[in-house]
Design a binder for this molecule. Sequence first.
Ligand code: E4P
Length: 279
Amino acid sequence: MTAIKKVVRMKIFIDSADIDEIKKAFEWGICDGVTTNPSLIKKAAAKHNISDMKEYITKILQTAKGTPVSLEVTEISYEGMLRQAKKLFSMFNPVANNVYIKIPVNPAFKDEDNTHFDGIRVIRELSKENIPVNCTLIFTPEQAMLAAKAGAKFVSPFAGRIDDSIRDNAEIEYKKDDYFPAEGWEAEEGGMLDDNGIVSGIDLVGQCTDIIQQYGYETEVLAASLRNTRQVRESALIGADIATLPFGVIKQMLKHFKTYEGMDKFTKDIVPEYAELAK
Ligand code: E4P
């Protein structure tokens, strides 16, 4: 993995629609934005028993204090996505001027050949109208390249889901948050397990980043579907602009048993004369 020198630090977004989690992440002062998707909204709706979705989303936007909040469309046709994107943007952007519209790179189902470019067309159209787009469900650098070319502000490669797919194809058992080596997994028959030349989720993030930077697209790579802290570290090392993290992963980033052990020892060793100094 080659580290890329950058002049800006990697931003950390929270990948959640749970207002309690979002509030905490912003209170801690380490959060630079929020990503949501229909599954996260479903989870939050069940937990908070949301009766007024407009009011709930408004609260998220206010809590995010002017940092980007991605809201995903649920329509899948060109016309439907465009109409919904514009409606979401005009309804919510005035709240805190921080709405990004999440558009799937290819909202078609497998066999619907005519509509494969509808996502890209919508991204192009919204970008022309200065509505910022986060292009989601990216699984190849080529998808990222087309989304960047169409004007997406963010492209979201889904690291964890590529790792899932590589493991599924090789019939490897795993838990959702299990680490998958960034440099890939050796296949029993030799060579590396891969998905069309992508050997891991982090490799996907890295290849997207290389292409976007090499050609100077004004698009940021948002590493998504990260399930453990090593993937966060590796996203930073490989040069991702943003990592969006579940609340649990953000909390996990500070934990180490030697830190706890050190705290125990230092606390036991405190002499009153020293402690008194700054009382
Ligand atoms: C990104 O924007 C997505 O909401 C998210 O990262 C998906 O993560 P998952 O694959 O763990 O569901």
